[in-house]
Design a protein around this ligand. Structure first.
Ligand SMILES: [Zn+2]
Length: 189
């Protein structure tokens, strides 16, 4: 293991210890249940924000895809009223009833695409497609992630769309704080 890989991580939020956000994580109540489906390879990435997003949402579950020791029952993805947050494809019609549950793929772009191949039920779900990010929005460029943003950013924007800007504001502040900490440290590592 290289010294870099051995850098400590926070057990709770999974961020590198010097970027730990645990003291700042809000508790955001939403009507929509968020089902974060984390690719097993994502857990080891220092850029991963799926755990932080799950901790910040009162109504969220975090499941791992691709883990040989922790398989999950995919029936949870087929519950009525489940939508998929996905950067492309036909969005659900505007008059469709709001989703009761939103699946968020916590994965790289290529992993997310493969997850939709491995889990055919994902391809049957109505899609929530985020608007493109505003230019100059405080963020890291995360071009390997679906929609070019971290899972935390994507969740904040989905909450804004589904539940309004007030519910999303604490998540946006948390995402901005993460970017600011990384900028101050000059590195994720
Ligand atoms: Zn932490």
């Amino acid at each position: 293991m290289s010294p870099r890989a051995a850098r400590p991580r926070c057990d709770r939020c999974n961020l590198p210890s010097h970027l730990c956000l645990c003291a700042e994580i809000p508790r955001v109540e939403t009507r929509t249940r968020f089902l974060l489906l984390q690719h097993v390879m994502e857990i080891a990435k220092k850029s991963n924000t799926g755990r932080v997003a799950a901790l910040a949402l009162a109504n969220a579950r975090l499941l791992t895809h691709g883990s040989p020791v922790e398989p999950f029952d995919t029936a949870v993805l087929a519950e009525p009223g489940t939508w998929l947050l996905y950067p492309d494809g036909a969005p659900a019609p505007p008059d469709a009833p709001a989703p009761r549950q939103l699946v968020v793929l916590d994965a790289s772009w290529s992993q997310a695409r493969r997850m939709t191949q491995r889990l055919p039920v994902l391809r049957t779900l109505p899609r929530l497609v985020l608007p493109p990010p505003e230019p100059g929005m405080l963020r890291l460029r995360e071009p390997t992630h679906p929609a070019g943003m971290s899972t935390l950013d994507a969740v904040a924007r989905a909450v804004a769309m589904l539940e309004g800007p007030e519910a999303a504001a604490p998540l946006e502040r948390l995402a901005a704080l993460r970017v600011q900490r990384i900028a101050e440290c000059g590195t994720l590592n």
